[in-house]
Design a protein around this ligand. Sequence first.
Ligand code: PMP
Ligand code: GLN
Length: 390
Amino acid sequence: LVRRLRPFAETIFAEMSALAAAHEAINLGQGFPDTDGPPSMLTAAQEAIASGHNQYPPGIGVAALREAVSEQQARDYGLHYDPDTQVLVTVGATEAIAGAILGLVEPGREVIMIEPYYDAYAATVALAGAVRRTVPLVPDGDGFRLDLDALRAAFTADTAAVVVNSPHNPTGTVLTDDELTEIARLCIAHDVVAITDEVYEHLVFGERRHRSLATLDGMAERTLRISSAAKTFHVTGWKVGWISGPAELVAAARGAKQYLSYVGSGPFQPAVAGALRTETAWVATQTRDLARRQGVLSAALADAGFRVHHTDGTYFVLADPRPLGYTDAAAFCRALPAAIGVAAVPVSAFVDPAPEPAAAESPWDHLVRFAFCKQDDVLAEAARRLRTLA
Ligand code: PMP
Ligand code: GLN
């Protein structure tokens, strides 16, 4: 493996899902739901395959999906994107991230990201020969907030882009208006592009609301918004994602995307288009149910003896196993599938490696991410197994 990629040899999701499979464990590690998306969408994909929509779709994606993406953003955020020049369909949000970074960031330039960060950001920045700068979330009550001093310090003359992931994987944090306003101010002051990863845009609980960075003054013209069907419609295997933004930024992402996959997911694109248009009630119901299941798993973790963090949304909740006597979350996660038949992922997989020799211990070393996007009986059995840890 090339030197650039050696630090990212195997994703934590592959490692922990393999351990889960080997021990027939309940997989609360990798974030995927165990129920299907809306039936109308599944039928539409079957019909697309049966009726011959099986060849290369257009490079920018099928028109119906680009139009549906554009309509959804107008409806939900008042953002207006021309489906022909300002929307690009990608092979999941993963390829959208890669297209944006590889298409926009010159080697040696810097990309700011919130730590902990989704692992693909760091790997893609490395592939681009660029430099990652991290800005930490810091504990705030039983949740997290962005370290704004660190954010201000991270912007330099070398900054090319900032990746903003909210709702945030793995913490479930939804950035506040104040945090978004400061990010926007810095992007404008330093003439930096924002790449917003909003794949959990619809999965926000209770009174909290997700705000899109692109809706802040002066940001629509410098923001590439990324989302995907995976989490909204429970189809992580379909790999249908999209980018929207100013035409010249979308064109740059497309310039890279055409040599990554060229195109993808042909028969799934019209199905997702239909769901974006017609299944808003389904999404709202799923989100309410997901919030309930978050409550169920969080209570089970607390009951089992973990210190549980607050989550505003996503599929994930963080829990600290130190009250149970486990100080190293990574070792805990590697042992858990064999010990009790449950898999989870350590948050240390989403942060920079500690400088050598290991300096002060990192608070992230003590945290485990559990996914609650599972059926009630699965969560109940996981709860029973987790209680045996005490
Ligand atoms: N970004 C974040 C924050 C994620 O959690 C994920 C996983 N869904 C992705 C991107 C990748 O999305 P996709 O499966 O659509 O490639
Ligand atoms: N986004 C999901 C997660 O964070 C799946 C990631 C993956 O398998 N690469 O768990």
